[in-house]
Every structure is written in structure tokens, then in C-alpha cells.
Design a protein around this ligand. Structure first.
Ligand SMILES: [Mn+2]
Length: 331
């Protein structure tokens, strides 16, 4: 697969690299490492993201390569620029969000590079996917490492390492294979700082966010002998802490830390007045099945749903469904 991918890159001279909407460390890291390689080889490479590069990923782009998509301005003629358009870290064109309209009209050869477990990709001229890879950056590492040999450019090593960290949850998730640790070891030997990378990616909370976490955790609820734990956040809570909905990110991981918990939930009110739940399962309970009952979904161990009901009502309904699912899955 990687030889095919290398041949695809070799056939093109103006390569546009994109990733899914709201790009994560893996998509951005893979794009930057690949762009560095292409540029060093005399090819033209651009990276366009939408909506913007997240604050905590900016350290990966010290040369300012990453462009934020401006359909009405800078990127009015984006579709006409590349002879190859590569989607990285996704294998469904619509996941590009607002970039999809330009993607649809380009005459470039279109391809994807991805590691997610999905149906066969559609909407590409060529596809390069490997669901056994832990991250898209692992695929890019496997492509580049044998071709570079010796020292890696620091920019490339940093981008690859940050991508591996992002998609393995700092080497905690079940995709933290021996192979990904060996790649990480090589990158550290190349000069990447693990602690600095972790700090840049994750230690970025604001006082408002931590106050919101404290307020929410003060209201921690346990049900079913501690197998179900949840917290809830109203718009009034956000206001009281001076926090925004983005500050809810990762709050659901806190009740999941409890010993003996099987399902953790974060309930919140959205800015348009709807009720929302994020569910996380430790291992045994299928929270996707719960969320599907409310028109939502996701993965077996991480899922979400929204409803046009008052928060209290929705919480009661979801709680009943979670308890039923716990008793279905844990006999
Ligand atoms: Mn990924």
C-alpha cells in the first residue's frame, strides 16, 4: 500500500493536503510531515484546514504553512490549484466540511490516506488505508523513515511524534502497539521532547475551564452501585464560570476515572437551548446502542446524542436507558 502511495505522490507536482474538519493532532502532524518531505523533494505542497488550526497545535507549524480555508477570499480558486488532492486522516470526502464544495469541482486526482475502520472509501480516484495503523502519522512515518534514513528534519520528527501521541491518547489507548512505541522511541532519539510535546498538546486549560470542572464535579452523581456516574452543566454554570461550550471538552473523562464505573456521562445545555449527552463506556457496555435510542450515535465506547427536551427530562430518560443497557451487557 505504501509503495502505491509513494508512486501516487511521485506522479504529481502540486499536492494539496487536507484533513477532516476541526483537525486533530494526527491529521495536522501527518500533513506537516508529508508536506516537509514533498517540499524537500522539490514538489509544491499546500495544507488547507477548516475552520482553523487549533491553538494547541500551532507549535507544529512554526513556518506558518497551514492555511485556514477562506472560500470567498484566498481560496476562491483552490480547486484549480492542485494536480493531486489528498485527504488525510479520513476516508469520507464529506468529512472535509466546507472544503467539500471545492473538492467536488477539482480536476485533480483525488486520494485519501487513513487508518480508520470503515466501509470501503468512496469518492476517490485512489485510496490508501490501513486500519491496523494506530494513526495517520504512523502511515506517514512508515512511508518516510526508510526513504530518509539518518537524521529526520526536526519539524518532521515533532509533527510525527505529536500525531502518534494524539491518536493513542498519549500511549494509553488499545492502539498503543509495540510498533507505535518503537516509532516514538526513534522520534525521541531524533530529538523530540516528550514532556514539551505533552505540555503543548494537553496542558492548555484556562482558569474558567478548571472552575467549570470543579463546579461540575461538585455535583457528581452515582447510580447503580457506582456503575453509572454523571455530571451535568447548565448554561448558567457556564456563565457563572465565564466558560464556553468548548471548555466542556474532556470533562466526561473525569467521572470515567472512578473505580468500578462502567458508564460515565456528561449532560449539558447547548447554546441553542437543547439538551446534550456525551457517554463513555469503560469496556463492556455499548453506549452507542443507548445514544441511537435518542437519534444520536458514535462508537461502542464513546457516543453522544442531543434532544429538544428540558435538561432534567432528558437526563431522566438517558439514565433509564443507560441502566437498562448496563443490565443487558453485564449479566
Ligand atoms: Mn487519526
Amino acid at each position: 500500500m505504501l509503495d502505491r502511495f509513494a508512486a501516487f505522490l511521485d506522479r504529481h507536482t502540486r499536492i494539496l493536503l487536507t484533513t477532516h474538519e476541526n483537525p486533530d493532532g494526527d491529521g495536522v502532524g501527518a500533513s506537516i510531515a508529508l508536506a516537509a518531505h514533498l517540499k524537500a523533494g522539490g514538489r509544491k505542497a499546500r495544507i488547507v484546514v477548516t475552520p482553523v488550526l487549533a491553538e494547541n497545535l500551532r507549535f507544529l507549524d512554526p513556518l506558518g504553512w497551514i492555511e485556514s480555508f477562506e472560500p470567498g477570499g484566498l481560496h476562491r480558486d483552490l480547486a484549480g490549484w492542485p494536480d493531486a488532492w489528498l485527504l488525510i486522516d479520513a476516508s469520507e470526502p464529506h468529512r472535509m466540511g466546507p472544503l467539500f464544495a471545492a473538492y467536488e469541482t477539482t480536476k485533480a486526482d483525488r486520494a485519501c490516506l487513513d487508518h480508520h475502520l470503515k466501509d470501503a472509501p468512496k469518492g476517490f480516484d485512489e485510496e490508501f488505508t490501513d486500519p491496523t495503523a494506530s494513526a495517520s502519522t504512523e502511515l506517514v512515518y512508515d512511508l518516510l523513515r526508510p526513504r530518509i534514513g539518518g537524521d529526520l528534519p526536526p519539524l518532521m520528527a515533532q509533527a510525527l511524534y505529536a500525531g502518534l501521541v494524539s491518536d493513542t491518547g498519549n500511549f494509553r489507548h488499545s492502539n498503543s502497539t509495540p510498533k507505535v512505541h518503537l516509532a516514538a522511541a526513534d522520534l525521541i532519539a531524533q530529538g523530540v521532547h516528550p514532556a514539551r510535546t505533552f505540555n503543548a498538546l494537553y496542558q492548555t486549560a484556562t482558569p474558567a475551564k478548571l472552575r467549570l470542572f470543579g463546579r461540575a464535579m461538585g455535583g457528581l452523581q452515582l447510580r447503580d452501585g457506582g456503575r453509572f456516574a454523571y455530571v451535568s452543566v447548565t448554561r448558567a454554570d457556564l456563565e457563572a464560570c465565564g466558560a464556553s461550550p468548548e471548555d466542556l471538552d474532556e470533562l466526561v473523562e473525569e467521572p470515567r476515572r472512578l473505580k468500578g464505573v462502567e458508564v460515565a456521562a456528561l449532560f449539558s445545555e447547548t447554546t441553542d437551548g437543547r439538551a446534550k449527552v456525551s457517554l463513555r463506556s469503560r469496556e463492556r457496555v455499548d453506549v452507542n446502542a443507548v445514544c441511537r435510542q435518542f437519534g444520536g450515535g458514535g462508537h461502542r465506547l464513546a457516543s453522544g446524542a442531543k434532544a429538544s427536551a428540558p435538561l432534567e427530562t432528558f437526563m431522566n430518560q438517558v439514565e433509564a436507558a443507560v441502566l437498562a443497557q448496563i443490565h443487558l451487557d453485564i449479566v
